[in-house]
Design a protein around this ligand. Structure first.
Ligand code: HAM
Length: 451
């Protein structure tokens, strides 16, 4: 005892800032979102592709572009201590997916529609909706050049927001044209900002030399008037680029998708051309962009593949779940199980365990009470656990019941009725009771024993 008192208190270890645990209370909501996403990808003919979390750093340097916030400041990069290789925790999915598509020659047979989901890592300052480990769902359509696919991937997004019951999401779109058009615009922009250099803040002074387009992204209120008056890329687009942009807009209009043209939307990654877009909400504070993407025709060739057009978008899963909460469209929490089995240890435990296995084999989700002290517990305390589990029914096997080869089946949600059934008849009685209880009917119908 004295020894125990003298023991130094062991310090607890916390998680890394900006990297969150997914706790059981939230797991059902994530599962619901993942379920909807799977259905959505199937509805549009997308195939799943998973890349590793770690890639060679060059994948992102070359893919996203050296002069971007992500590559300059936000990547978790490190050296492989065995061979000195430069590696990076992926900050996004597109460059890595393109690397995989090229390496595995996936475009050999023609265009591909692909999707992915998983954790991404960016060393940003954590705040509401902005994390250092976050999760993206993304779709990428590779090998399609026409405006039809730009429109289709946007329709897919809209269908998703409708399906999830999100409120207050707006679509903003722009065209970044082609490289030569951007070069002309860039020259005009540099001339404009040089003429007004005294009005640029420090950050924008640096960007003037490295990436003047990013000055348009500045949130500094003192620079907004200057930015407003800057030459607009849309005025530098050639005939082909304009035609593509107008065709996307016409297809969206024909499908009743409202969209605002935002000439200042440039996106933070360097691989885009032509159509770029974001879905934005005012409901989530500063981090209101729930998804973004666009066309990135130059990327596949830039990554060493045979030139092929492509477009896609990705959404932040945490932000979408947060917006579902604000929109009050999160699903009701689910019960942990259908049936909770109670017993008094010894032979009643043996019988209870056999019954629980029989129920599970029939597709009924079952929790068997296990006493925390490894001994036993009163029926009263077990019943509290049964109630908290959300189970619809309890199966109770006490010594008296077991002596008569019987068990009790108790309704926990409806009438509270308790009836005695033979041990061999527990399964049949449980199925009968669950089918009768309205909330379980549809779920059980998917099990073969009902049909
Ligand atoms: P992105 O705009 O960098 O694009 O990220 C897409 C979405 O990921 C954002 O709209 C946001 O919802 C979420 N997100 C980004 N950073 C964070 C963060 N630190 N914490 C929480 N959520 C975040 C891309 O990543 C492109 N790969 C999208 C794309 C796909 N373009 C073409 N295909």
């Amino acid at each position: 005892m004295a020894d125990q008192n003298n023991k130094a208190k062991v310090q607890k270890i916390n998680g890394v800032r900006g990297m969150n645990d997914l706790l059981p209370a939230d797991a059902a909501q994530w599962a619901h979102l993942e379920h909807v996403l799977r259905d959505l990808t199937r509805a549009y003919g997308y195939e799943f592709l998973r890349t590793p979390i770690v890639e060679a750093t060059t994948v992102f340097q070359r893919g996203i572009g050296e002069v971007t916030d992500i590559v300059e400041k936000e990547m978790y990069s490190f050296e492989d201590r065995l061979n000195g290789e430069q590696l990076t925790l992926r900050p996004e999915g597109t460059a890595a997916l393109v690397r995989s598509v090229i390496e595995n020659n996936l475009l050999y047979e023609g265009p591909k529609r692909l999707w992915y989901t998983g954790p991404m890592f960016r060393h940003e300052r954590p705040q509401r909706g902005r994390y250092r480990q976050f999760h993206q769902f993304g779709i990428e359509a590779l090998g399609f050049a026409g405006p039809d696919i730009d429109a289709e991937i946007i329709l897919m997004g809209q269908r998703l927001w409708d399906e999830l019951g999100l409120k207050g999401v707006r679509l903003e779109m722009n065209s970044l044209g082609q490289a030569n058009e951007r070069a002309e615009h860039r020259a005009a922009l540099v001339a404009y900002f040089e003429k007004n250099q005294s009005q640029l803040d420090e950050d924008s002074q640096c960007r003037l030399l490295s990436n003047p387009l990013r000055i348009l992204d500045s949130k500094n209120p003192e620079m907004q008037a200057l930015i407003e008056g800057a030459p607009k890329l849309l005025d530098f687009l050639g005939e082909e680029s304009l035609k593509h942009f107008e065709a996307v807009q016409a297809l969206l209009k024909a499908n009743n998708i409202p969209c605002k043209i935002n000439p200042r939307l440039v996106r933070g990654l360097d691989y885009y051309n032509l159509t770029v877009f974001e879905w934005i909400t005012d409901e989530l504070g500063a981090q209101g962009t729930i998804a973004g993407g666009g066309r990135y025709d130059p990327l596949i060739e830039r990554m060493g593949g045979k030139a092929a057009p492509a477009c896609g978008w990705a959404m932040g899963m945490e932000r979408v779940l947060e917006l579902m909460k604000v929109s009050e469209s999160l699903p009701e929490p689910q019960a942990q199980c259908d049936i909770f089995v109670l017993h008094q240890g010894g032979e009643t435990l043996t019988a209870a365990m056999i019954i629980a296995e029989r129920l599970r084999s029939a597709g009924i989700d079952t929790i068997l009470f296990c006493p925390p002290d490894g001994q036993s517990a009163s029926f009263k305390s077990q019943m509290k656990k049964a109630d908290a589990s959300g189970a619809a029914f309890a199966v109770i096997i006490g010594p008296d019941e077991l002596a008569k080869n019987e068990a009790s089946l108790k309704d926990l949600r409806g009438t509270g009725e308790q009836k005695t059934v033979s041990l061999d008849g527990v399964l049949e009685a449980a199925i009968d009771a669950l089918v009768r209880s309205e909330e379980h009917t549809s779920e059980l119908q998917s099990h073969s024993f009902i049909s």
